[in-house]
Design a protein around this ligand. Structure first.
Ligand code: SF4
Length: 237
């Protein structure tokens, strides 16, 4: 598979490929990128179902692959506990956060700013400190309205590739993969959540849009925290 080929829009493959073909494609994408980038390929892990699926795929490619978790003071206790368990299982996962003071309830008054400080900044720190040239994410184009325009390989910042190896997977295929491989998952899914984030900004929601429970009641509803949309290397604060 040529890198140039996967830069093209592959949305038609969502329906065309079956589960096994998608798993195979994802493994090949990670394998190729790992061959090219070696230890500067790093997996981002949000502790959600998509991240743990990608992390498992990456570990099949090489147990040496490193990862990072970005956490915030507002993550639910279940996610914090799951993070401790995951780091104990995989010490090569580094944890990044930003503990600077922010205005009270910034997530209500200015959620974009809150995400910028608590999520985007620590990701920028992770990219810098870990010498990342290619970061791997669990982003999927079937997740909701804001995720349809992404590609399997993107270069939002010059010199930093982003690989989205399960871009074309359906939600049910993620669960299929996790079940078949006995992957540990965040216990919040057992309560009915379908997309996980910080406590004040995440609700249980039904319907076609998997991310509909994120930032309900704000202009950001069902939207993005910014890690997939903002520059991580070439930015101005
Ligand atoms: S998800 Fe909510 S609480 Fe978490 S960083 Fe974004 S706005 Fe703040």
């Amino acid at each position: 598979m040529l890198i140039e080929e996967v830069r093209e829009n592959v949305v038609e493959l969502v329906e065309k490929l079956n589960f096994a073909e998608k798993v195979d494609r994802s493994l090949k994408l990670i394998e190729q990128a790992y061959k090219e980038f070696g230890s500067s390929l790093v997996v981002a892990n949000s502790l959600g179902k998509d991240s743990v699926a990608v992390w498992h795929l990456a570990k099949r490619v090489s147990p040496e692959i490193r990862g990072f978790i970005v956490t915030t003071r507002f993550k639910p206790p279940e996610t914090k506990r799951f993070m401790v368990e995951e780091v104990a299982r995989y010490p090569e996962l580094r944890v990044f956060s930003n503990d600077e003071e922010i205005p009270d309830k910034l997530y209500e008054t200015d959620p974009d700013r809150c995400c910028e400080i608590l999520k985007v900044k620590p990701i920028r720190d992770a990219v810098k400190e870990m010498g990342v040239k290619c970061w791997v994410t669990g982003l999927r184009c079937t997740e909701g309205r804001t995720r349809t325009g992404f590609k399997e390989i993107e270069e939002r910042d010059e010199g930093l590739l982003k690989l989205n190896p399960i871009l074309i997977w359906y939600e049910r295929e993620v669960w299929e993969y996790l079940a078949l491989n006995n992957v540990h998952v965040n216990p919040l899914y057992g309560k009915g959540y379908r997309s996980l984030g910080c406590g004040p900004c995440t609700k249980i929601a039904q319907g076609a849009d998997e991310r509909a429970g994120r930032w309900i009641g704000t202009s950001k509803c069902g939207g993005e925290c910014g890690i997939h949309t903002k520059p991580l290397l070439n930015y101005q604060t």
